[in-house]
Design a protein around this ligand. Structure first.
Ligand SMILES: [Fe+2]
Ligand SMILES: [Fe+2]
Length: 320
């Protein structure tokens, strides 16, 4: 409700945006859903996470970790390729060049990327957890950090979802990406945890750059609605913000979180992980589990075909 009221109050500014009505409507719908799910939100208790000070969120530098070997270089080039392709396909490259990025495109980009960003932490924690259980060993350090990272990314997503309600096509694209990225990252982590953490580290470097750019757009008055928009309650509760906090502060906190993920993942890439033998065994077990239904299906098909061939009467060949 607060966001909708704020939108109306800034009618002069918003009238310049052609999507004002649909945007306000989507915010209203999202807030209505939030109210109905309000009790659930209040009961959620996030994992312990850092509460950043004002100085910490303002002093974030876009750093770059130089690759030291082939694996790290491969991770860097993969991220650069992913970033360039995504920027081009999503219209971000053209929007940036023509200076036409608006609140709608920024929020869509953030929502889409945050649905992907929550995958690596959970997948990495799962592989570490499964190998530790399977080989009856103590947990290797870091599972808590990885799970906290995954949850942190989901709070980024939940915050943006309070501001914009994506359409069915967007939701389908998210689901398709989830399936593809989750499977790829999981396999990649089984093969090389070092490569996977480095990949996430470089992705987080890009995330810091993206949020810094968004903050510059807000400061330059290019995103007037986001500048004055009150922070959603979920963000105020999660980052312990002031009750009258604005979206700019939320973006600062998210950028600080991304900088932390960047440093943690670069650090994880050099930490000990489960052995290649343990991951190979896990890979075989999972391969058997996932290929079982396919094997059963192919087996039944083969049996039906064979029965049909046996019981189908053959045409009598005419003699010479
Ligand atoms: Fe994020
Ligand atoms: Fe992140």
């Amino acid at each position: 409700m607060l966001v909708t009221r704020s939108c109306s109050a800034r009618a002069g500014l918003i009238r310049a945006s052609p999507y004002c009505n649909s945007y306000a409507l989507s915010v209203a719908i999202t807030n209505k859903r939030s109210l109905s799910a309000g009790k659930k939100d209040q009961n959620e208790t996030p994992l312990p996470h850092p509460i950043w000070s004002k100085d910490e969120v303002e002093d974030v530098k876009a750093t770059h970790d130089e690759p030291k070997d082939m694996v790290e270089r491969l991770a860097l080039y993969t991220v650069r390729f992913m970033r360039k392709s995504f920027d081009f396909l999503s219209g971000y490259t053209i929007g940036k060049k023509l200076d036409t990025l608006d609140e709608r495109s920024v929020l869509k980009r953030c929502i889409y990327l945050e649905t992907v960003a929550g995958v690596p932490g959970f997948a990495a924690a799962m592989v570490r957890h499964c190998t530790a259980l399977g080989f009856m060993q103590p947990h290797r350090q870091g599972i808590n950090e990885l799970l906290q990272e995954a949850e942190n990314e989901s709070y980024h997503l939940l915050t943006f979802i309070k501001l914009r309600n994506p359409g069915p096509f967007f939701r389908c694209a998210v689901l398709v990406t989830q399936v593809g990225f989750s499977a790829s990252f999981f396999c990649s982590y089984l093969v090389s945890p070092k490569f996977s953490h480095k990949l996430v580290g470089y992705l987080e470097e890009e995330a810091v750059t993206t949020y810094t750019h968004i903050l510059e757009l807000i400061d330059n008055g290019k995103l007037p609605m986001l500048k004055g928009m009150p922070a959603p309650k979920i963000a105020i509760d999660y980052w312990k913000l002031a009750e009258d906090a604005k979206m700019k502060e939320v973006f600062q906190h998210i950028r600080k979180d991304e900088a932390k993920h960047r440093d943690v993942n670069h650090d994880f890439s050099s930490r000990p992980s489960s052995s290649i033998f343990q991951r190979f065994i896990l890979m075989i077990c999972l391969g058997v589990i996932y290929s079982f239904p396919i094997s059963v299906y192919l087996g039944i098909r083969w049996c039906i075909k064979s029965f049909k061939r046996i019981f189908t009467p053959r045409p009598v060949e005419s003699g010479q």
